[in-house]
Design a protein around this ligand. Structure first.
Ligand code: SAM
Length: 212
């Protein structure tokens, strides 16, 4: 039993190192890119000419990935922190939970977004439940905001941590969207603070009328 656990940890560490190394080869600013690439491989989300909102975008690897596909559309990347420039993207620096930032996003979106994605995470405190609740609140805020800006056949993707608010977040997702899927990319840092890191990947039209 102990041996199995050790070898599993070893395998996870190896995988992690592989993604860090690969991100340098591929020119991605963070290994997070591979989570989105896995999601895209599985759910076939991104296409050229889309309008995409990337929230919690810094240092920018998700925006980098989509900017290669969406060469003729619109990508809006939002974060508290400034990012180095990425081709085909518009940057908004600000706190997403602030209504000014949300107004700026709406002003830049001249049409509905086909994809709203959020990789926002608070700086972890090490207090497992607190971290998952705070990051969960960001996910909820992004879901609620997306109701106004996402197209009827759009996708919503968000990082969530498995924690005490997990079921509540999934339940809220089911009220807003037609279908909710929880997916754990292999490249995800599953080991992080013993959380499983997952992505709600929602697609199909959302049921605005059933939202409370
Ligand atoms: C895991 S990183 C995102 C990595 C990014 N997806 C990438 O591929 O490079 C999480 C980001 O969420 C941002 N963030 C956290 N709270 C935020 C908030 N309230 N508004 C905007 N960004 C936020 C952080 O500044 C941080 O850059």
């Amino acid at each position: 039993m102990k041996k199995n656990r050790i070898s599993k940890n070893w395998i996870n560490k190896q995988k992690r190192d592989i993604y860090v190394r690969q991100s340098k080869v591929d020119g991605y600013r963070a290994r997070s890119a591979y989570k989105l690439i896995e999601i895209d491989k599985k759910f076939k989300i991104f296409k050229n000419k889309m309008t995409i909102l990337d929230i919690g975008a810094s240092p920018g690897s998700w925006s980098q990935y989509v900017s290669k596909i969406v060469t003729n559309g619109k990508i809006i990347s939002v974060d508290l922190k400034k990012m180095e420039k990425i081709n085909n993207t518009i940057q908004i620096i600000g706190d997403f939970t602030n209504s000014n930032t949300q107004d700026q996003i709406k002003n830049k979106l001249t049409s509905k977004a086909e994809v709203v994605m959020s990789d926002m995470a608070v700086n972890t405190t090490g207090v497992k439940n607190l971290d998952s609740i705070q990051t969960g609140e960001l996910c909820k805020e992004a879901m609620i905001f997306s109701k106004d800006v996402i197209s009827s056949d759009g996708f919503f993707i968000s990082k969530i941590f498995m924690g005490s608010s997990f079921n509540e977040i999934v339940a809220l997702g089911k009220k807003i969207f037609k279908e909710v899927k929880v997916f754990k990319p292999q490249s995800s840092r599953k080991y992080l603070l013993n959380f499983k890191e997952s992505y709600i990947n929602d697609y199909g039209s959302y049921k605005r009328s059933t939202y409370l």
